[in-house]
Every structure is written in structure tokens, then in C-alpha cells.
Design a protein. Structure first.
Length: 135
């Protein structure tokens, strides 16, 4: 399966250390594969559709978690309302929250992604009481 070109912008693995919480919009079923294939392996990223206790265990064990706060793939390509799970876990466990915007994967599926250009924009991590900027 070829998903076409994936460009990642804003990623500097030196300033992002696991465990962390990655929160991304969800445009297609390909999003998990795109992120796992193009984000640093040192993040030990695990995509979970799990409850709060399971997510806490993963974070405490040094695993980073990937969450899609929209709770599903967008039906129309627009970003939907986010639930508060990622933000509340970041605050409760004092872990960085890394926002990610995915563009260009809407409408693609696992059977036929077709050639396309996708952009993954990694934002600066958010952390309680710390103002962060991109390096």
C-alpha cells in the first residue's frame, strides 16, 4: 500500500521526550499508520481506544499515547469538536500534550489510498504552567 507523499513539519525529536500525549484530528483510517510511520520511534507511540485507567498505565510505563479527540473519523473533512480526555490526562499526570494537524488524508481508506500529498503539522507541546514555542 502506498499512501503517497507525507510531509512532516514542526518535528524536532530533541525537544520531545516520551512519555507524552499526542492529540490529532482524524481524517481517515490511514491516520494511525501515517503517524506511526512518520513520528519518532523513541516516542514509543501506542494508539489506544481505551479508558482512562488503561491510558494512565501506558503513560506511567513510559509509553506515549495517540488520541483522536474527535472520537472518530470526520464525516466531511472538517475538524469536529474535541472531547477533554487528552487535556485532562495531560493536566492530571503532568505530561506534555502535543497537538498534531493532519491534512490531505480525508477520503482515503486502507484499501486504496491513491497518490496524494499529506501534511502532518506538529505543534509545540503544551504543558501546565509552561509557555512553549517551537525551536
Amino acid at each position: 500500500m502506498s499512501v503517497g507523499e507525507v510531509r512532516v513539519v514542526g518535528l524536532d525529536a530533541a525537544w520531545l521526550q516520551a512519555p507524552l500525549i499526542v492529540a490529532a484530528n482524524h481524517q481517515s483510517p490511514l491516520d494511525v499508520a501515517i503517524l506511526r510511520g512518520h513520528l519518532p520511534q523513541v516516542w514509543k507511540l501506542v494508539a489506544l481506544r481505551a479508558n482512562r485507567p488503561v491510558l494512565r498505565c501506558a503513560l506511567r510505563a513510559g509509553r506515549s499515547v495517540l488520541l483522536f479527540p474527535e472520537r472518530g473519523v470526520t464525516p466531511d473533512g472538517r475538524v469536529g469538536a474535541f472531547d477533554q480526555l487528552a487535556a485532562s490526562l495531560a493536566l492530571q499526570l503532568d505530561k506534555p500534550l502535543v497537538p498534531i494537524a493532519i491534512r490531505g488524508s480525508f477520503g482515503a481508506d486502507l484499501a486504496d489510498a491513491g497518490p496524494r500529498t499529506m501534511l502532518v503539522r506538529v505543534g509545540p507541546p503544551c504543558r501546565r504552567g509552561v509557555r512553549t514555542r517551537h525551536p
